[in-house]
Design a protein around this ligand. Structure first.
Ligand code: MN
Length: 201
């Protein structure tokens, strides 16, 4: 059984960037919904039930056709949100000197990285995610549609931003750019760096 991990902070912790009501519904209804639907899709398949959510996504081609879409959407939703909660923090943090160097090496500067990431988030039409991932030792920025996980293509996500309207609509309505711009104020950079280091080994 897949389960929802406890949030590492209160619903109010990310205010005013993300309001408490949005957090409550996003975590308690949307994320819980992905977990529940994933469990029900896997019902009766003890082999797939033994896989972690990451393993399911990395081996999506082996999932039977009949439940593939349900697993792709709901394992994706579960994995994406599980990462998302951990890379947010009520405490203001900054990329370390080492992480800044790594970002600058690939994107020119930390500011350029942020611009590219924002561009990915803003040009994703409809629902989806913007990502910073590691693949083959290289950092990449791109977006995915719906709940598609970078893990399905062998990328390891280290930073992700949910740009579904359910993530921001109560506070920001149609102003996705304001939500995306404010995101940097609540990024948990030490966690991003920890994930990047883990992805490298
Ligand atoms: Mn979401």
């Amino acid at each position: 059984m897949h389960t929802l991990a406890k949030l590492p902070y209160d619903f109010t912790a990310l205010e005013p960037i993300i309001d408490a009501k949005t957090m409550e519904i996003h975590y308690g209804k949307h994320h819980q919904g992905y977990v529940d639907k994933l469990n029900s899709a896997l019902e009766g398949n003890s082999q797939l039930q033994a896989y972690s959510v990451e393993e399911l996504l990395q081996n999506i081609d082996k999932v039977p056709e009949k439940i593939k879409t349900a697993v792709r959407n709901n394992a994706g939703g579960h994995a994406n949100h599980s990462l998302f909660w951990t890379i947010l923090s009520p405490e203001q943090t900054n990329p370390s000197e080492d992480l800044s160097k790594q970002l600058a090496k690939t994107f020119g500067s930390v500011e350029n990285f942020k611009k590219e990431f924002e561009q990915a988030a803003l040009t994703r039409f409809g629902s989806g995610w913007a990502w910073l991932t590691l693949k083959g030792g290289k950092l990449k920025v791109f977006s995915t549609a719906n709940q598609d996980s970078p893990l399905m293509d062998g990328d390891i996500p280290v930073l992700g931003l949910d740009v579904w309207e359910h993530a921001y609509y109560l506070s920001y309505q149609n102003k996705r750019a304001d939500y995306v711009g404010n995101f940097w104020k609540i990024v948990n950079w030490p966690e991003v760096e920890r994930r990047l280091e883990a992805a490298r080994y």
